[in-house]
Structure formats: C-alpha cells, structure tokens
Design a protein around this ligand. Structure first.
Ligand code: UFG
Length: 327
C-alpha cells in the first residue's frame, strides 16, 4: 500500500477516489485550494492541506512530511465554456501550476503521478469509438491544457525518469453514496436534469438537435464515478510496476442528450421539463471511448455500466443533499 497525495481531493471525482483509496488501505493526504472543492467532501481522518498546486515549496514540504510515494493529480479548472472566456487562467492553472507541482515532486524525490486528462484532447474525433492512438486536436482551451500537460509529463519522464499515467475521462456521472457532484455553477447535463425534476430549475435547455446523430442530439459516453475512481487505484499499481501510459476511461457506449433525459424520467418517475436550444460552442457531436487498453493493461472493469444505475446514484445523493454540500 502506498502513501498518496491527492490534489483536488475535495472535488467530485477526487473525493470518491480518496474514499476508495482509503478503503483499499492506502494512506492519503489531500491538497486542495477549496476554490471548487468542498470541506464537507473531505473523507474523515484524511488530512487536508489548503493550498495551491503551484506552490512548489508547499508541495515538496507536504510530500516529505507525509512520506508520499505517488501523486494523483485532479486539481484543475475544468469547464469547457469558461476556458474559452478565460484562456489565460486555464493555461496558468492547468499547465504552469501543474509544472510547479512536478517541480515540488522532483524536489521531494517523488517520481510517480496519475494525471486526470480528458476526452477533450481529441476534439472532433476522426473515428468512433475513440482509441488512444486517435488524432488529438482539441477544439477548446480546456482540452488543449490537458493535452499540453500530457506532453509535459512525457518530457519530464525523459529528463527525470518520472513515471506517469494519464487517464482520459469521458463523461463522469453518478455518486458513491457519500460523495457526489456539486459544481457551482452547475453546467453538466445529468445534475441539471436532476435539478429540474427536483424543482430547483424550471427547465433544461437541450443544446442542439440538428447534429448528425440518430435523434439529432449529442452523444456522450457516461462513466460511473466509482469505476473512474477504481481506475486510479489500478494506475497506481501499474506505476509501481514501472509502467507509464495514456488510457481512455469510458463505457464504450454512447447515450444522446435525449437518452439521458429518458433515463432521468425513468429513474425519478418525474418529467424533465425541457426546451430545444441552439448548439453550445465547442461540443463535438459524438464522443465514445474504446477503453480496451485500460481493460487489458490496467485490469480495469467497469462495475456500473448502466446509465440508469449512475443516474439512480446521482439522484439518491441529491435527495440526501438537497442543497449540495453545506460547509
Ligand atoms: N447539455 C445540454 N444541456 C445542458 C447541459 C449539457 O444539452 O444544460 C449537453 C451538452 O451540449 C453535451 C451533453 O449534454 O452534448 C453533455 O454535456 P456536459 O456539459 O454534461 O459534458 P461535456 O460532454 O460537455 O463535458 C465533459 C466534461 C469535460 C470534458 C468533456 C470531454 O465535463 O470536462 O466531457 O468531452 F472535457
């Protein structure tokens, strides 16, 4: 079992991963600036260092004090739309501060990292399902920052021998029971649809129904946050064996926006009030993963591949946390 620093461990995917790391017997410390994360999403008994990943000295000190052997790096700005409005902030946080984190790791002699990358690195895919060898051509700043940092890791590996695994997430969904999705403001499809049925929003706008897909709405590959988290634990094992690499994490199945709305109605027994709207800038029509490499090399196996199960978990979490996390 390793001692692990989780950056962004008070966020959505980070909190579920911390819970599962602790469950698997790892010792964990979290570094989070709480700009998006929630103190209430901190797993009990896990120390929280409130600070910046770009604070090299703080990173090195934390790694040394907690005898950390590996880092799981979630902390990032992650909204596609916002990234187009504030590109400088995204390159600063996701690239420059990420490089400072690597410098802190190097200073402390920590040479293993799992990095949260994104399907956003592919842009409009040349073919579907998308494998890791597909062309990478981001269509938004967010995806570009993730791709640049993957390259930074590869160069650092040449220079310092860093071992790195980048996990390209498709669309994270669901909840773990204790930890769930609470973005402010919320921009993701499933929580928005659930907020509509919960009476916290009047309606959902479907962003475009004129795409070249069977029902005209965008298709995404939703992956349960618990399965996503488990892949990080497997990635730690792989790093320990000296493996580096890049892996897609998705179900290999696509659901359209209307499929998601149907599922929300099925699970909650309520109607999702919706209206058709214009396309959202930067949305590829269809993103579906081939995760066969992660299955083969990491031994990953999604346990919750059904969209209804993910939505049921997200709905249960929302019912228990009607106002999200309260600090
Ligand atoms: N959508 C709507 N109405 C809404 C919100 C979303 O129709 O109110 C649609 C979007 O246009 C898209 C789909 O629902 O077609 C899913 O949108 P999300 O915002 O939930 O997720 P994205 O696919 O845009 O983004 C996710 C991650 C990003 C990552 C990206 C990779 O949140 O971090 O996948 O494609 F970069």
């Amino acid at each position: 079992m390793s001692s692990v620093l989780v950056t962004g461990g008070a966020g959505y995917i980070g909190s579920v991963t911390v819970e599962r790391l602790v469950g698997a017997g790892h010792s964990v410390v979290v570094l989070d600036n709480l700009s998006k994360g929630h103190r209430a999403a901190m797993h009990e008994g896990v120390p929280l260092v409130v600070g910046e990943i770009g604070d090299r000295e703080l990173v090195a000190k934390t790694l040394t004090e907690h005898k950390v052997e590996a880092v799981i790096h979630f902390a990032a700005m992650s909204l596609v739309g916002e990234s187009m409005e504030k590109p400088g902030d995204y390159y600063q946080n996701n690239v420059v501060s990420g490089i400072r984190l690597l410098e802190g790791m190097h200073a402390a002699g920590v040479d293993r990292i799992v990095f949260s990358s994104s399907a956003g690195v592919y842009g409009e895919p040349e073919s579907v399902p998308i494998s890791e060898t597909n062309r990478t051509a981001p269509v938004n700043v967010y995806g570009d920052t993730k791709l640049i940092f993957e390259r930074v890791l590869a160069w650092e590996a040449e220079r310092t021998g860093l071992k790195h695994i980048s996990l390209r997430y498709f669309n994270a969904a669901g909840a773990s029971g204790r930890y769930g999705e609470d973005h402010r403001p919320e921009s993701h499809l499933i929580p928005i649809a659930l907020q509509v049925v919960a009476g916290r929003r009047p309606e959902l706008t479907v962003f475009g129904d004129d795409y070249e897909t069977p029902d005209g709405t965008c298709i995404r590959d939703y992956i349960d946050v618990r399965d996503l988290s488990d892949a990080h634990i497997l990635a730690l094992d792989a790093l320990e064996k000296g493996r580096s690499g890049i892996y897609n994490l998705g179900n290999g199945e696509g659901w359209s926006v209307l499929n998601v709305i149907d599922s929300v109605e099925r699970v909650t027994g309520r109607v999702v009030e919706r209206k058709m709207g214009a396309r959202r800038a930067g949305d590829p029509a269809r993103l579906v993963a081939s995760s066969s490499l992660a299955i083969r090399e990491l031994g990953w196996k999604p346990e919750h591949p059904e969209l209804d199960d993910m939505i049921e978990a997200a709905w249960a979490w929302m019912m228990e946390h009607p106002g999200g996390y309260t600090e």
